[in-house]
Design a protein around this ligand. Sequence first.
Ligand code: SAJ
Length: 425
Amino acid sequence: MEFETISVIGLGYIGLPTAAAFASRRKRVIGVDVNQQAVNTINQGEIHIIEPELDIVVHATVTEGYLRATTAPEPADAFLIAVPTPFKDNYEPDLTYIKSACENIAPVLKKGDLIILESTSPVGSTEQMAEWLAQARSDLSFPQQQGEDSDIRIAHCPERVLPGHVMHELITNDRVIGGMTEKCSRYAVALYEIFVKGECITTNARTAEMCKLTENASRDVSIAFANELSLICDKLDINVWELIQLANRHPRINILQPGPGVGGHCIAVDPWFIINKTPEEAQLMKTARMVNDGKPEWVINKVKIAVADILSSNPSRTAADITIACFGLAFKADIDDLRESPALDITLKLAEGHPSTIMAVEPNVETMPSVLEGKNISLESAGNAIAKADILVLLVDHKLFRQLEVTQQSGKIIIDTRGIWGERE
Ligand code: SAJ
């Protein structure tokens, strides 16, 4: 089981770190991406995404000649597919990126190759992928046709790394490897053992698919419990942060933290892959999704109530001279990723409905993000926003915000969705 050349299809948040990890073990790695600009950036030894330590590894492996990017697939001994699997408007999974990755690699496949699907995918996707490949290459045999004797080996091995800690977790996390046959699993284990120090545990492809979805659905349900508690506590005038701290003193309780909603590209998406396949059974998961998706609107409503409170206690003021500052735009603490961010969503919606400019504080972005351009939003320093705003809305628990001493001051209202400042939500 020699893997001389490894190809990674999709050089995003998962594919690029994975390609770099193989390359750092002195394997010849061909990274493939449809984005020419990303390919050029990588070939210059630089990166087009933000992830701690990734830049160093990419720079070193490109300079030493182990990692190279291209837009057109080339022959390799193993192919890892790490492309996005979003959902459509009706929450149905969209597998078109996997399909086009299959169409792209099919012409360069040869007997003995291993293909791994890393993208988080609905149950049955690995079998579907094998079918697409078989249709494109009738001269080769696939596991669904020839079992252990097939020319091509196929497995699912979902990525499970935490954004912000990818380079560490990639190496140390255990991997669940679901081969279409046992031989496929054995080959996939040999491939991952090139850089993974965690355990590689084997199962079948469908269980591996479901395992990844289960992990993220489990976290979503747990966060929904915390978010629901925050609504209940608000009604009952109880400090939810203190309550959770107290409940977590029980040896078998571990409640997560409420927030302004659930963001990112995984936890808010993956449960739908289960719900969509088994809607009758997945009642709890669906409700959890609703609870988490409803939280941004609840926060916006809190801000509207705060505006109304200021107006009713100061008849001389108008909504236009009330300043709102939003602290944090990223989808979670200490990253710069604004995609699928409830904090960004809340800030944009507040800007649509408020007559004066909304102040936004995001210490992890240096220039005005394009998504805020032309909106009723200004990018401010934390100090400026604290000094000038009437309503301070804490949305992300960035380290910098934790260090700030923000307590209730006369005339200011604090809406703290993360429980890190004096006044709680
Ligand atoms: N959040 C809360 N309260 C909490 C924990 C998280 O409101 O107590 C929010 C965060 O602020 C964020 C969202 O949930 O908006 C998701 O953040 P996260 O840190 O829970 O997860 P992700 O999306 O960054 O990464 C997850 C991870 N999955 C699990 O922890 C089960 C990661 O291991 C996966 O690899 C990743 O999804 C993925 O790619 O699927």
